[in-house]
Design a protein around this ligand. Structure first.
Ligand code: GUN
Length: 288
């Protein structure tokens, strides 16, 4: 039997619609319009596409959006001073600094300057700490999107074996924390993991966030497992136009898995929808 295809685009539209309702309600009840500030430094072409989408979708659901595009050579001092001014701006409820930053800027240092109450990416150490200690953090948007899609196909995560491939601060680590908070048994695999296929075959839930096109094959998968593919990789095609693929070989793995997210149209759209949900939540917290 072929795996169920988990449609992230549909689900994300539903989340965005709910956010738009929430934005309207907050405006009506408290006169507050949720506002998102997006800061990008330099011209990384992939980042530009993501950032433009974030700004566009924030506006589409009725939020104020503030897009700051800084030159690649921007100094630490001027970036931090922009963040300080956004921290103090009452119209801004969420601040996102698009990563990666140019090499001369230390992303950890920059993120620590964001007011944790406006850190809608959930990257500030205070939110990371809250995530691992069962507080009330802003949860990073991509793992949050994964969890929402996972729960849509399997609400009962307790006691399941989960394997997360990748240990980044943006996806792997927070994903593992979320799954642990749902009482899954969690392993985090990385480039030094021994016999990765054997580890993956134990997974009822497999999250792939490695950035290697179609690395994960059908014989790595436990029959019926749920596979969440966070990878977005551009590969060459014969016509020279290129094509987006995930870290999972979708066709192959679909013959064994129980459910699987496609690329594109899986996790990607959920990331932005969750960013909007976090921004609305940040705005609501200012009035409660
Ligand atoms: N770069 C890749 N993903 C993300 C994300 O979720 N947030 C930010 N700020 N930068 C990213």
């Amino acid at each position: 039997m072929m795996a169920t295809r988990i449609d992230g685009k549909d689900f994300a539209e539903q989340v965005s619609k709910e956010v738009a309702e929430g934005v309207k309600d907050l405006k009506a009840s408290h006169g507050v319009t949720a506002g998102l500030a997006v800061v990008s430094v330099g011209e990384d072409p992939a980042s530009q596409v993501y950032v433009r989408n974030k700004v566009k979708q924030a506006e589409a659901c009725g939020m104020n959006s503030f897009h700051h595009v800084l030159e690649a050579e921007t100094s630490r001092k001027s970036l931090l001073s922009l963040i300080e001014s956004l921290n103090n701006d009452l119209l801004v409820h969420g601040i996102l600094v698009q990563l990666p930053l140019p090499a001369h800027l230390d992303s950890r240092d920059v993120i620590q300057t964001i007011d944790p109450r406006k850190d809608v990416d959930g990257f500030h150490a205070s939110n990371v700490g809250d995530l691992w200690t069962s507080g009330k953090p802003f949860v990073p948007c991509t793992p949050l999107g994964c969890l929402k899609l996972l729960k849509s196909v399997d609400p009962n995560i307790t006691g399941k074996n989960a394997v997360v491939i990748g240990r980044s601060n943006i996806v792997g680590r927070p994903m593992a924390a979320l799954l642990l908070n749902e009482s899954a048994t969690v392993a985090i695999a990385h480039s030094n993991t021994k016999d990765l296929p054997a580890l993956c075959r134990q997974a009822d839930i497999l999250v792939a966030a490695v950035g290697r096109p179609e690395m994960i094959k059908a014989d790595w998968i436990k029959p019926g497992a749920i596979v969440l593919d966070v990878g977005i990789n551009r590969v060459e095609t014969a016509d020279g136009r290129g094509r987006l693929v995930g870290d999972v070989d979708f066709e192959d793995v679909s013959t064994v898995a129980g459910a699987i997210t496609p690329v594109p149209g899986g996790i990607g759209p959920m990331t932005i929808a969750c960013l909007l949900a976090n921004t609305l939540e940040a705005a609501k917290r200012t009035v409660s």
